[in-house]
Design a protein. Structure first.
Ligand SMILES: *Cc1c(COP(=O)(O)O)cnc(C)c1O
Length: 374
């Protein structure tokens, strides 16, 4: 049996009639840009994320960029973040002209380790971007403490973590801004690219709406230079249809993760691989956007290749710590600078966890791993 890493067709089929009705209605209206569908989704998403305001934007990458732009962060400024994340987190910092400063990660959660944050702050530091990687919250209290002490903005990169919780609080509602992505592979995905910025401050929300529309405060009056960061009505309508199902999908991912734990334990594999762990220092709601194991004894690439040969989908998020990416060479990062991040990128591997994947698929995956690593 082949097992895909992700297959969205069943989810689509279950809601197809609703999608078609909304798409057809929007096409008849020919009202595609912003408007009531976008406003409706923004209200629903703000409520879901326990935030006062939500602004629909073009992507998760743009959600990060627009938050930095609203804060006027740019050339000469430093932003502290993790080297173990999707490229866009750091790309956004560089694209506004600021300088990323890395802090290593916690080996349990793969998220920024707050203990080194203070030592990274300089008189140029303006913001911290913690990432809630794979659907699990970063340790936000100490991040917020450092930020408050030094008057820094906190932008939560919650692109993989919509609905995840930190000590009972939803991610994206804790810092000054939360950035979300609706790329199709996220727990809540649209039919293309889409994103969202949450915040609790009415002035920040006002500026976000102005900046996403070329900085226009009223028609053709440009108070700022923003950009075209608008979410469109079709994507918003699709997201409104999907949002009521998000909790059941995330719960199915949690159940699948629990089943993997049982299967791996029963197979006696826990000496050769390390299963993903939930934070020990604080309570979380992990939404398992990814289920990432660590493969010990330098066998990750071998396991990856052999699983793929058998038709089992797997992937490496992320194979190169970002301080070692060629495009960031000028920052002076070298091997050994962030050992926890570098070790993670050498060992990590994601297995299929999507809600509609079956027990038989998980058994196939674990049996194959047991055979390959025996
Ligand atoms: C997906 C993702 C982004 C970017 O989102 P896009 O919608 O693809 O632009 C940013 N950060 C993280 C951690 C992500 O996983």
């Amino acid at each position: 049996m082949s097992v895909p890493l992700l297959d969205l067709r069943a989810q689509y089929a279950s809601l197809k009639d609703e999608f078609m009705r909304e798409i057809s209605e929007i096409c008849e209206s020919q009202h595609f840009i912003l408007g009531p569908k976008v406003e409706k989704f923004e209200q629903e998403a703000a409520a879901y994320c326990h935030s006062k305001y939500a602004t629909g934007v073009t992507s998760g990458s743009d959600a990060l960029i627009i938050a930095l732009m609203v804060e006027g962060i740019g050339a000469g400024d430093e932003v502290i973040t993790t080297p173990f994340t999707f490229f866009a987190t750091v790309g956004a910092i560089v694209r506004v002209g600021a300088t990323p400063v890395f802090a290593d990660i916690d080996p349990v959660t793969f998220n920024i380790d707050p203990s080194s944050l203070e030592s990274k702050v300089t008189n140029r530091t303006r913001a911290i971007i913690p990432v809630h990687l794979f659907g699990q919250a970063a340790d936000m209290d100490p991040v917020m403490e450092v930020a408050r002490r030094h008057n820094l903005i906190v932008i939560e990169d919650a692109c993989q973590a919509i609905g995840a919780e930190y000590k009972g609080r939803r991610v994206g509602s804790i810092g000054d801004y939360g950035a979300f992505s609706f790329f199709p592979s996220k727990n809540l995905g649209c039919f293309g690219d889409g994103g969202l910025v949450t915040c609790n401050d009415p002035e920040k929300a006002r500026l976000l709406k102005i900046f996403r529309n070329h900085g226009q405060s009223s028609t053709y009056m440009h108070e700022y230079v923003g950009g075209n960061f608008r979410l469109d009505a079709l994507q918003a309508a699709i997201l409104s249809i999907k949002l009521p199902h998000l909790d059941s999908w995330s719960e199915a991912r949690q159940a699948n993760a629990a089943e993997y734990r049982e299967l791996f334990a029963a197979a006696g594999l826990c000496d050769r691989i390390e299963l993903p762990r939930e934070a020990e220092k604080y309570p979380v709601r992990h939404i398992y956007n990814q289920f990432c194991i660590r493969v010990k004894n330098g066998r990750r690439d071998e396991l990856l290749a052999k699983l793929r040969e058998r038709g089992i989908g797997c992937a490496v998020y992320y194979p190169l710590s970002l301080h070692l990416q060629p495009c960031f060479r000028a920052l002076g990062g070298k091997a050994g600078d962030f050992p926890v991040s570098e070790a993670a990128s050498a060992e990590i591997m994601a297995l299929p966890i999507y809600p509609e994947s079956t027990s038989a698929m998980r058994k196939e995956v674990v049996d194959a791993i047991a055979e390959i690593l025996k």
